[in-house]
Structure formats: structure tokens, C-alpha cells
Design a protein around this ligand. Structure first.
Ligand SMILES: Cc1cc2nc3c(=O)[nH]c(=O)nc-3n(C[C@H](O)[C@H](O)[C@H](O)COP(=O)(O)OP(=O)(O)OC[C@H]3O[C@@H](n4cnc5c(N)ncnc54)[C@H](O)[C@@H]3O)c2cc1C
Length: 412
């Protein structure tokens, strides 16, 4: 049995692994290394801080005393630069070495910068850490006009922050609607309307060709590929993540747009595991390797990884993720893999209520609910059970749908 564990990353995946390891292995040596200057906080609440709706304190989950109380060696402000697979050790930028019996990589990703002129100017923000949120809050409080780029789940956080802080913003989107890979124009229009009500104007067929800066290097405008100039003193960019896999570049650990792990969260190296946003995991429900950037999934992966670090094969990861947005006066939820599948069904079920379900091989693999979340547990159950529903999709769109409404199916 392994009794010396090193975890890189103190986000929710790394922290839930540390918690599980300590619960199940009281005598183990556990070290958690993070390049951030603060211990685990609730990453999904930092937008509420930037909006000015929450103070700092409730966002912290583990203060440093938690690590002392649980006999976990926490190393803040420490970057792991290299993993030495042959000697079961990791090296930090300061030259320290930590040896392990089993290693967990829970390193997540880093927001991408736009590949355009002046993309790193003052006043242009990316959003991942609590430090980012503090800077965003300070910057947005001083701003009158904003520009937002990135028509996805993090971009809309910037829109909500501008709305809450009375910044008039233009939300520049390349396509003709928000999150066009998961929503149709009809569903997205509900979101557009909610943005407009908060002073954020969606602009379609747009994007950023380059930013203009003033004499002090502060952003003053975004110019889109059509040549239209949008003045701004604040810009929020959320166009995706680069996965933090440089530290294993010189190792045999398999990386394929994410660290590849099996359903036990183990990499192709026997005593190296990975969990959270960084993984490309064997998704037992999807029937292929998949990725997931959500809090609940990262937490569960951390827990499952820890159990398998202690006893490999003891528990597999089988999980339907969900991601909700609470910025508007109506609920919004996406679940599973709403951008995958080869077909989909959608319906407007009432004024301001819309749903879409994505199907692969006749089975649900994800979806989006706007306004009415009542079918979420039924859809998730069908997805977990991998039930064939392609012959009854119109029932899925009925208001008040329940699993009992479905007829038994003969399809395997
Ligand atoms: C603003 C925002 C809002 C979000 N809202 C939601 C939401 O509403 N619902 C939802 O489900 N999800 C949401 N998410 C996504 C969710 O927060 C992530 O999916 C989740 O936090 C991923 O956890 P993780 O532990 O895998 O990675 P992370 O939380 O990214 O943790 C990885 C840690 O590893 C550290 N690290 C990386 N490389 C090294 C290294 N070489 N050495 C040392 N440390 C290193 C990083 O600095 C980081 O602290 C949101 C994310 C953000 C940024």
C-alpha cells in the first residue's frame, strides 16, 4: 500500500483528493503543492465577489489551519516544474524535491489570450483565480464601458459582472448567438434578452481584430474584424483554457488534449493519477474518452482518484456533470456533454422556457434547460442508465416530463 502521496494543485480536484486520502489513510504522508498564494477557495463563487455581491470571507473553503489540523503539508506559491517518473519525484522552481509513492496531477488550465494586437494591455482581463477576481472587481468599478469576448459559460460571467457593476458593455460574438455549440438561436435569444436588460448588448458576426491602447498602455477600444470600433475601458476575454501540462512534457505520461486517464483516474504510468479539468477520462456513460470543466465533476474525480491511489480498481468514475448559471431572474442549467452527439431535440415549452437534449446512438449525452429545470433529474437518470430514447423524443419535450412517461423500449 502507498503511504506517501503528493498532489499538485489545490483546486477542488486536488483538495477533495487530499481530504479523501486523509480520511481513508490516517497515517499517510500527504503533500499538496500549489502555485497560488492561497489555499482552496470556491472558484465558482469568485464571480459573485467580482459582481460586488459577496465579500471575500465566505469564498474560502479550507483556511491554512485546515491543513495543519489534517496533517497535510501545504506548499503555497510553489510551482512544480518537472515530474521525474523514474525516481518517483517532483521538482519545484526553487529546487526542492518531493518524493512520492503515488502522485496526483490536479493542475487544471490557464485562460488563453486572444492572438491579436495589444491582447495583454492593461484593463484586459482573463478569469480563473481569486486574484483575477480582485483585479476584475477593481477595474470594472472604475469603468464606464466594457467589451466582452468569448460566447460561452465563462464569458457570460463577465457579462453579468458588467451588468451588476453598471458598466455598459458590448458582448462581441463570432457567430449569431451565445454558446452556439449548445443552444439554437431560439434558446440563446432568452439569454440575449437577459443580457440586454442588464445593459450588455450582444453583437453578432463580430470578435476582435485588435485592441487599441492609450498613451499609458490601457485598453481604450476593441476593433472587430469588420472594422467597427468599440470604445472600452474594461475588457473581459474568456475564449478557452490551455491545459497546464508543461510539467509532464518530458515524461511518458500520455497527453491528448488533456491528461489521458482510465475510469479509475490513473494515467498510463501506474503510480500517477490525474483529476479535474486537466483530464481526458474514460467516460463510461459517453462510451469514449471525454472532458469536463465543471466543479462537481472535478470534486468527484478527486475523490475517486484518491480511493484508487490507495486501492487501484476500487471505484470507477461514472458521473453526469451539471453547470448552472444564476445571473438572471430565471434558472439555467447545462448537463452532461451538451455540445456532443449527432442529433438533438429542442422545444420552447412556455414563455421564457426552453430545453434541448443532445443524443448519441439514440441515448442522451447532455442538454440545456432554461427557465424550467424540473426535468433535470429525469434527463440525468436516463443518461446514467444509457436508456435508448430516440423513438420517443417528443415526450422528452413535454412540460412535466417524467421517466415514467416513457414506454419500455426493445432497442439494446
Ligand atoms: C470564474 C469561474 C466560474 C465558474 N463557474 C462554474 C460554475 O458555475 N459551475 C461549475 O460547475 N463550474 C464552474 N467553473 C469551473 C470550475 O471552477 C472548474 O471546473 C474547477 O474549479 C476545476 O477544478 P480543478 O481542481 O480541476 O482545477 P483548478 O481549480 O484550476 O485547480 C488547479 C490548480 O493547480 C494549480 N497549478 C497548475 N499548475 C501547477 C504547477 N505546475 N505547480 C503548482 N500548482 C499548479 C493552479 O494554479 C490551480 O490552483 C468556473 C470557473 C471559473 C474560473
Amino acid at each position: 500500500m502507498s503511504d506517501s502521496y503528493v498532489i499538485i494543485g489545490d483546486g477542488i480536484a486536488g483538495a477533495s483528493a487530499a481530504e479523501t486520502l486523509r480520511e481513508q489513510s490516517p497515517d499517510a504522508e500527504i503533500t499538496v503543492i500549489t502555485d497560488e498564494g492561497e489555499s482552496l477557495y470556491n472558484r465558482i463563487l469568485i464571480k459573485e465577489f467580482a459582481k460586488g455581491k459577496l465579500p471575500e470571507a465566505p469564498i474560502s473553503i479550507h483556511d491554512e489551519g485546515w491543513y495543519d489540523d489534517h496533517d497535510v503539508d501545504l506548499r503555497l506559491n510553489t510551482v512544480v516544474v518537472d515530474v521525474d517518473i523514474e525516481n518517483d519525484a517532483v521538482h519545484t522552481h526553487e529546487g526542492e524535491t518531493f518524493e512520492y509513492d503515488a502522485l496526483l496531477l490536479a493542475v487544471g488550465g490557464t485562460p488563453q489570450q486572444l492572438p491579436v494586437g495589444n491582447a495583454d494591455a492593461d484593463g484586459i482581463h482573463h478569469f480563473w483565480t481569486f486574484q483575477d477576481a480582485r483585479k476584475i472587481k477593481a477595474s470594472v468599478e472604475d469603468a464606464d464601458q466594457g467589451v466582452i469576448v468569448g460566447a460561452g459559460l465563462l464569458g457570460i460571467d463577465f457579462a453579468a459582472i458588467c451588468g451588476a457593476q453598471d458598466v455598459e458593455a458590448k458582448y462581441l460574438m463570432r457567430g449569431d448567438c451565445w454558446w452556439r455549440y449548445a443552444l439554437s438561436e431560439e434558446g440563446a435569444e432568452i439569454m440575449h434578452e437577459a443580457m440586454r436588460e442588464r445593459g450588455v448588448e450582444p453583437v453578432f458576426g463580430s470578435g476582435v481584430d485588435h485592441f487599441e491602447v492609450d498613451d499609458d498602455g490601457h485598453v481604450e477600444a476593441a476593433v472587430d474584424p469588420n472594422g467597427t470600433r468599440y470604445e472600452c475601458d474594461f475588457a473581459g476575454v474568456a475564449i478557452g483554457l490551455d491545459l497546464n501540462s508543461e510539467l509532464i512534457e518530458d515524461t511518458p505520461i500520455e497527453v491528448d488534449d488533456g491528461i489521458v486517464v482510465d475510469e479509475y483516474m490513473r494515467t498510463n504510468v501506474d503510480n500517477v493519477f490525474a483529476a479535474g479539468d486537466i483530464t481526458r477520462f474514460n467516460d463510461l456513460i459517453l462510451g469514449e474518452h471525454g472532458q469536463n470543466g465543471s466543479w462537481g465533476s472535478a470534486k468527484e474525480q478527486g475523490t475517486i482518484a484518491a480511493r484508487n491511489m490507495i486501492d487501484y480498481g476500487s471505484e470507477e468514475f461514472k458521473w453526469v456533470s451539471s453547470y448552472s448559471i444564476t445571473h438572471f431572474d430565471f434558472p439555467f442549467l447545462s448537463f452532461g456533454h451538451p455540445t456532443l452527439g449527432e442529433e438533438s431535440v429542442e422545444a420552447t415549452t412556455d414563455d421564457g422556457e426552453w430545453r434541448r437534449v443532445a443524443l448519441k446512438d439514440g441515448r442522451i449525452v447532455g442538454g440545456v434547460l432554461i427557465g424550467d429545470l424540473s426535468p433535470q433529474s429525469a434527463f440525468k437518470q436516463l443518461m446514467r442508465e444509457q436508456r435508448y430514447v430516440a423513438d420517443q423524443t417528443e415526450l422528452l419535450m413535454e412540460p412535466g416530463f417524467s421517466v415514467d412517461d416513457l414506454a419500455p423500449t426493445t432497442e439494446q
